[in-house]
Design a protein around this ligand. Structure first.
Ligand code: ARG
Length: 261
């Protein structure tokens, strides 16, 4: 009885918390927006490859548990994520999303939970760039709306950058010799390189550090506080290291990953 009471109180409190951020969903979930094309942070996997799995999904589950609601995942284009958050269609965004001053004007970010950087993918056997300036005037494929797209435009010039809604399409463009390089975050690059090892090489240049954050709707201080608590907890109790080990170090083939909820 006691448990039941606490349980229902938690749900009422959670519903109030989400109500405050304006999502029009009568069903009570904590909704994560993501773009499941960014292995190993989010990708399609599980039986039949139909589920969204990955490092960010584990983090989101810990946040949902903290809030006291089941997690629901909305998979969409990367550049639709922040508008969806603003429109109240999702409660939070976890998408390997780099905290940038521009984005932070429109949404609120959690404490950083992962340190990343950009890298360059090239076709195996092609001359590797040795400095960032070597990208000047070369053709580059990127994912639309990403920090990698920004870096590519700055270094290669707007007219030389092809922007794709899918990360895989950008990599395919490179493999089909339509562009010279792909600029993308390091972990997805490692993942794509491993899967296409005979074709691709990974090149590290002096790109800046980037930090991933969980985004919530601007002003949703309640949810942001829960997110930060959950992040601190998973670091303190070792779950964060477990997620790193499972998804970044062991890096399962997503298609073979059946254990993931
Ligand atoms: N970290 C980069 C950014 O924030 C790329 C993120 C892409 N994420 C994704 N799920 N496709 O722009």
């Amino acid at each position: 009885m006691k448990t039941f009471l606490y349980g229902s109180l938690a749900v009422v409190a959670a519903a109030a918390l989400l109500g405050a951020c304006g999502r029009q969903d009568s069903t009570t979930y904590l909704v994560m927006g993501t773009n499941a094309e960014f292995p190993p942070f989010e990708m399609r996997g599980g039986p039949g490859g139909t589920k969204v799995v990955g490092f960010d999904v584990e983090v989101a589950k810990a946040i949902a548990a903290k809030v006291g609601l089941p997690l629901k995942i909305e998979d969409m284009k990367f550049d639709s994520l922040l508008p969806a958050l603003d429109a109240g269609k999702v409660d939070m965004v976890l998408a390997g999303m780099t905290i940038t001053p521009d984005r932070a004007r429109n949404v609120d970010f959690s404490a950083p939970y992962y340190k990343a950087t950009q890298v360059v993918l090239i076709r195996k056997g092609d001359p590797a760039p040795t400095r960032k300036e070597d990208l000047q005037g070369r053709t580059v494929a990127v994912q639309l709306g990403t920090t990698g797209a920004g870096v590519a435009v700055e270094l290669a010039g707007q007219e030389n950058v092809r922007q794709f809604t899918s990360t895989m399409d950008a990599v395919v463009e490179l493999m089909n010799t339509k562009v010279d390089f792909v600029v993308i975050d390091e972990q997805p690059a490692i993942n794509f390189q491993k899967r296409n090892a005979p074709d691709l090489d990974l090149v590290r240049l002096a790109f800046a550090d980037e930090f991933y954050g969980v985004a919530v709707k601007k002003g949703n201080a309640e949810l942001l506080a829960r997110v930060n608590e959950a992040l601190a907890e998973i670091v303190a109790d070792g779950r964060y290291d477990q997620f790193v080990d499972q998804w970044l170090i062991q890096a399962p083939d997503p298609a073979a990953e059946t254990a993931a909820e």
